[in-house]
Design a binder for this molecule. Structure first.
Ligand code: ADP
Length: 617
């Protein structure tokens, strides 16, 4: 299965399978989101049909009437006919334009509407797919292909529907004009078909070139986006200014931009030759057609009106053949780009999902012989970790940078699956639990938590649908984390936007205030297990002391895991697990560990105590 998936990803299915799947998706999306689009296509077909009628039939009728007058037939009768045909021509033109204008003006906003719908699909998938994919370069490339593929490469839903519409429309037109030509100038048919075949052949070659460059460009587009949109964003403003690195970044960005332009130039160069050849085939078609029709008119096989009609019909036949061929190629090509969107939306889960419900609110956590390597990495980050956390226990996790503390938390939260061993909650393997129920067990503040450019209130509540709107509860959590007073004094109180990105009245919180907001977010969730990964790193000593003092109030009788470099905070916890050499090297209470001879904890504690003594003196 895994092998098949990989092969699928590498090679992809055939062009017709991709086209079929994408069309099915497009028709379903349009039906589901906006059925009126189909009515617009009907109006457009009526408008275009009228226009064809005007070009094909009315000139013939008019020319025949004029020739009749010239040949000495009664002027009065034929003049009446001429006036009637002219009125018909003007009316057909007017109605046809009106219908097409109505349809076309609506298509442009429908296009934007569907662009939003499709972007929404990408966002939803990106936020719900397994966490480990967020750092997988294959997935990130696929995301880029999906974004580009469904937007300007495929042109989006309306553009693909347009191709389909023109194929149907041109097929009907082709049958009509073939019937006309077959009667008057039958040899025109093979001439148009051969020319069309040649033009399509050269177009196919160009499309293959474009598709191969699309694949090559995915990574360079991503790099381009990173250098020109991500790096200059004001989130990075401080570092770029303080380290005066703007020049370095623009230089790097310019290199990527140059590579990209070189690829585009190469693509254009390869395509140019095929375009010239297609133009030559077209010129031959025109010459041969007029030579043949002229010959038949001079010989008197067809009338002057029929010559006019055949000239229009030949042009319509060629246009419809080109329309069918071109739109078929265009459609398959657009669908092959858009297919990347479906691949992304259907990206298989990395982790097997369980279905078991989580019951109760006091939970036993147990790591049994857990070892772990990050995906795509050969190195173990954790090896044979064994630890048990009782309900209501407060565990402090300490260790040097890179010892695996955050990884331990990520495994517990099931952001990754263990490589070996098992993690049990209440005696059950966590892989068996329903993902959403399991996630609700945790209130976590990660070390690199993120606040969003929404209001402070939204950042704390995070759209928690399980809790009815409750201002007093929000206030309670803000008070507990110590940001209540600051938040109340903001220009729009709790509704103040965080960051100034979308609101000039927005606020730029300090690092400490951001951390307190993140702590409020975790408290608001009120989950039975609280995890704080270095929650006080950005706090000043006073605020840190406040948090420690309130630790019991913050966490209450819930289980808590607390990662901190400041060992003084470990005193507040029941047990301490010291991570070193990829495992839990020491485990016990503060008093047990601090007196252990040659113990890691004892050494770290002494070093920190020494630092504080020195700093104080
Ligand atoms: P700690 O929290 O103790 O500082 P981490 O758990 O963050 O340590 O990291 C443990 C080890 O795992 C480090 O060597 C780190 O480089 C590695 N690591 C962390 N995250 C990833 C990742 N996403 N992919 C690969 N290796 C990682």
């Amino acid at each position: 299965m895994a092998k098949n998936n990989k092969e699928d990803k590498d090679k992809g299915p055939g062009i017709w399978t991709m086209t079929r799947k994408v069309l099915k998706f497009v028709f379903k999306t349009v039906w589901h989101e906006k059925k009126s689009v189909y009515l617009l296509y009907l109006l457009s077909a009526l408008g275009n049909g009228l226009s064809e009628l005007k070009v094909l039939l009315l000139p013939k009728l008019l020319v025949d009437e004029i020739v009749a007058i010239k040949d000495g037939m009664p002027v009065e009768d034929h003049l009446k006919n001429i006036v009637f045909y002219v009125i018909l021509t003007v009316t057909a033109e007017f109605v046809s334009r009106l219908l097409r204008n109505i349809a076309n003006s609506s298509f442009s906003w429908c296009q934007t509407y569907f662009d939003r719908v499709l972007q929404y699909g990408i966002c939803e998938k990106s936020m719900s797919m397994d966490f480990q994919y967020t750092e997988d370069p294959d997935v990130l490339n696929q995301l880029e292909k999906a974004r580009e593929g469904i937007s300007w490469y495929s042109g989006g839903v309306i553009s693909m529907l347009n191709c389909f519409y023109w194929i149907i429309y041109n097929t009907v037109l082709m049958i009509t004009v073939i019937a006309i030509i077959a009667v008057h100038c039958p040899l025109l048919i093979p001439v148009q078909i051969i020319a069309m075949g040649l033009v399509c052949w050269f177009n196919v070659k160009n499309q293959k070139i474009e598709l191969s460059f699309f694949m090559k460009l995915a990574k360079s587009n991503r790099l381009f986006g990173y250098f020109f949109f991500d790096v200059p964003s004001y989130r990075h403003g401080l570092d770029t200014r303080m380290y005066e690195s703007a020049e370095m970044f623009t230089e790097r960005g310019t290199i990527y931009a140059k590579n990209q332009i070189a690829l585009w130039e190469e693509e254009a160069h390869l395509q140019r030759r095929n375009t010239y050849k297609a133009n030559i085939a077209n010129a031959f078609r025109d010459g041969l057609s007029y030579f043949y029709m002229g010959y038949r008119a001079i010989k008197g096989i067809i009338s002057l009106g029929e010559f006019t009609m055949c000239a229009s019909a030949a042009s319509s036949l060629y246009q419809s053949l080109i329309g069918i061929g071109g739109n078929l190629q265009d459609l398959t090509q657009k669908c092959s780009y858009a297919y990347q969107y479906l691949v992304y939306l259907e990206y298989p889960d990395a982790l097997k999902k369980g279905t078991e419900p989580v019951t109760g609110d006091r939970h036993v956590i147990e790591f049994r012989h857990v070892s772990f390597k990050y995906p795509r990495s050969e190195e173990y980050v954790l090896k044979d970790v064994n630890i048990k956390i009782a309900p209501g226990e407060h565990l402090s996790v300490v260790g040097l940078n890179g010892a695996g503390k955050t990884t331990f938390i990520k495994l517990l939260c099931r952001l990754y699956d263990v490589t070996e061993g098992r993690i049990l909650v209440d005696g059950k393997d966590i892989r068996d639990y329903s993902e959403s129920e399991y996630r609700r067990l945790f209130s976590v503040v990660f070390q690199d938590f993120k606040l969003f450019a929404f209001s402070l209130k939204d950042n704390v509540e995070m759209g928690d649908t399980l809790r009815p709107e409750d201002q007093s509860y929000l206030e309670k959590t803000l008070k507990l984390s110590g940001i209540y007073e600051d938040a109340k004094n903001l220009k729009k109180g709790f509704d103040t936007m965080i960051f100034k990105s979308f609101d000039e009245d927005g606020t730029e919180l300090s690092g400490g205030q951001q951390q307190k907001t993140a702590i409020s977010r975790a408290l608001y969730r009120n989950a039975p297990i609280v995890i704080l990964d270095e929650p006080t790193a950005a706090l000043d000593p006073l605020a840190e002391y406040e948090i420690y003092k309130k630790f019991d109030a913050l966490v209450g009788g819930k289980s808590a895991i607390y990662i901190s470099h400041r060992l003084s905070s470990c005193r507040f916890c029941d047990h301490i697990a010291v991570f070193a050499d990829k495992t839990v090297k020491e485990y016990g209470t503060h008093d047990e560990l601090v007196h252990r001879k040659d113990g890691i904890y004892a050494e770290m504690f002494a070093a920190q105590a020494q630092y504080y003594v020195e700093a104080a003196s």
